[in-house]
Design a protein around this ligand. Structure first.
Ligand code: CP
Length: 328
């Protein structure tokens, strides 16, 4: 059963109010030390979370699994490649089969935009969208907001430049929707074929530009995106070299950016394509902080959607787990 303050399923940022987003970020702040200190809680003891991934994933899938385990849930994972999808089973039949096993939540990623929304209408189980096609990636936008707020006092008034393959990016879409709810300004930047003019209609907070220099000047947050070749059925970018020349973020660009601007990337990063290695590894990059925060934010999501209605008490944790270095 979902928490009364939240919808039954987490399908997108679009369906969440600013106060619901705030509640998720506040809970993630409670869980962050539990995660960083390697402690475990029993908030989801007796609950089962199934992770169903129809598309590849490193960060989202692992961090959801770790988040569920940190909270004491039983978890299991299934990919399309290793499932009976390969034998022709439909999406709805697959999900009905999983639902019959009585999980408390199904975390799913699918290449079709709207797939989790379709399933949420047909199943009683809580569905958590871990990325649907080019539509939304809500937990990525939540962890991005959480990471930004570790460096900036508020989102209101910030300028966030999102640069790259905007047309195919669910991350850009979810971030635009979230930033718009908190009074931030978003500049979407990319080559014309990857920046269709209708993106302007996403939110009144959006403006479009084709110049990387223009996008980053005055930006508080520079969010680089990968060119999503797997979603392109025609050639939009002539070559890696040419793309990098116009849209690759380099140390020279960073000299022109605000001195306190942070660099983000949802990953996976393609060094030398959309971001220079020296920028990805620089002190201004918070890319690995985003990865780390992904666990705390996903703990918050699972706890708020399928956990007990009480506030978590971070003192009520089990013994720290030994990390890999200590075990050796
Ligand atoms: N950011 C993100 O969704 O990464 P993965 O595809 O590795 O999950």
């Amino acid at each position: 059963m979902s928490n009364a303050a939240m919808p039954k399923s987490l399908l997108g940022i679009e369906e969440l109010s600013a106060s619901q987003i705030q509640a998720i970020l506040e809970r993630a702040r409670i869980f962050k030390p539990v995660q960083t200190q390697g402690r475990k809680m029993d908030r989801l003891k007796g609950k089962t979370v199934i992770h169903l991934f129809y598309e590849n994933s490193t960060r989202t899938r692992l961090s959801f699994e770790l988040a569920a385990r940190r909270l004491g849930a039983d978890t299991t994972s299934i990919t399309a490649q290793s499932s009976s999808v390969q034998k022709g089973e439909s999406l709805l039949d697959t999900l009905n089969t999983l639902a019959a096993m009585r999980p408390d939540a199904i975390v799913m990623r699918h290449s079709a935009s709207g797939a989790p929304h379709f399933l949420a209408r047909h199943l009683a189980t809580t569905i958590v969208n871990a990325g649907d096609g080019t539509h939304e990636h809500p937990t990525q936008a939540l962890l991005d907001a959480f990471t930004i707020l570790e460096h900036k006092p508020v989102l209101n008034g910030l300028t966030v430049a999102i640069i790259g393959d905007i047309a195919h990016s669910r991350v850009a879409r979810s971030n635009v929707l979230l930033m718009g709810k908190f009074g931030a300004r978003v500049i979407l930047c990319g080559p014309p074929p990857l920046l269709p003019p209708e993106l302007k209609e996403l939110s009144p907070c959006v403006s479009l530009c084709h110049s990387l220099d223009e996008a980053i000047s005055g930006a508080d947050v520079i969010m680089m995106l990968r060119v999503q070749l797997e979603r392109q059925n025609e050639v939009y970018v002539p070559s890696t070299h040419e793309y990098f020349q116009y849209y690759g973020l380099t140390l020279d660009h960073m000299k022109k950016a605000k001195p306190d601007a942070i660099v983000m990337h949802p990953g996976p990063i393609n060094r030398g394509r959309e971001i220079a290695a020296e920028v990805a590894d620089s002190p201004r990059s918070v890319i690995l902080n985003q990865v780390e925060n992904g666990i705390a934010v996903r703990m918050a999501v699972l706890d708020l959607w399928i956990g007990p209605p009480t506030q978590p008490d971070p003192e009520k944790t089990m013994q720290p787990q030994m990390n890999a270095d200590e075990r050796r």
